[in-house]
Design a protein around this ligand. Structure first.
Ligand code: GLN
Length: 236
């Protein structure tokens, strides 16, 4: 079970999953495997009482269009400004970006923003350019996982070996690799001064962090490697 680090007794962490469109179930399954309770979020009132929120991949334009009537994305932004932990994957990253190059159908729709990056939608081409690739997690990312001081969960890799996530097993003085599934992924073209790069693919940033906001261009919930989810949860 993952528990919050607040002062008193350990408490169960409840994470919301934005559930308007996209890979909702896959994130729920990943979070469930990490011992975290989840709740689907479709309207602003469902944000109340959550310890953090996952923004799944899917189609950023569809999510933004479906969220507009309730003002959900603006409500999420207000909470981010107050320190609320959010993890955006793929379309979720696009919604978090302060600047979207080639925004297409997002023009005129409220998004979330707050993450000082420029992303380009569908930068790797069409569906054919999609696939699985290695992501190098920076040593700094893994040290951060250790330093948050929570017992990070173990996970089973694709060969059936069981590893703890963090300093005990993954080398921190060398980068470590996780698999990421890239599906019509955005490219991070600019990273602002306050944004830390957690992971790269062929030397390009693909996983980033700014305070309690984490984001990646790929789908980390599809492969059985919870390293990024666990890292984010460590700060929740
Ligand atoms: N290309 C999609 C978009 O613009 C993102 C793809 C994804 O989330 N897998 O929202």
């Amino acid at each position: 079970m993952v528990t919050g680090r607040g002062n008193g007794a350990a408490r169960m962490v409840t994470i919301g999953v934005l559930a308007l469109q996209g890979a909702v179930r896959e994130h729920e399954r990943m979070l469930d495997g990490l011992g975290v309770a989840t709740r689907r979020v479709r309207v602003p009132s469902q944000l109340d009482g959550l310890d953090g929120l996952v923004l799944p991949g899917g189609e950023s334009t569809a999510i933004a269009r479906l969220a507009r009537p309730s003002g959900l994305l603006t409500a999420i932004r207000d909470r981010i400004d107050a320190g609320f932990p959010v993890f955006g994957t793929c379309a979720g990253l696009i919604l978090l970006a302060d600047d979207v190059a080639d925004p297409g159908g997002l023009v005129g729709l409220p998004t979330i923003g707050g993450l000082d990056v420029t992303v380009r939608r569908n930068a790797y081409g069409a569906q054919l350019a999609s696939g699985e690739a290695d992501v190098e997690l920076s040593a700094g990312a893994l040290v951060a996982a250790h330093d948050v001081g929570v017992a990070l969960p173990r996970y089973e890799d694709r060969n059936g070996s069981v590893h703890p996530v963090g300093r005990d097993d993954r080398a921190v003085d060398e980068p470590s690799t996780m698999r990421g599934v890239f599906i019509r992924a955005p490219r991070i073209e600019r990273v602002g001064a306050g944004v830390q790069v957690l992971g790269t693919r062929e030397y390009e940033p693909v996983a980033i962090r700014s305070g309690a906001v984490f984001a990646c261009t790929f789908h980390p919930e599809i492969v059985p490697d919870p390293a990024l989810h666990a890292l984010w949860l460590g700060g929740v």
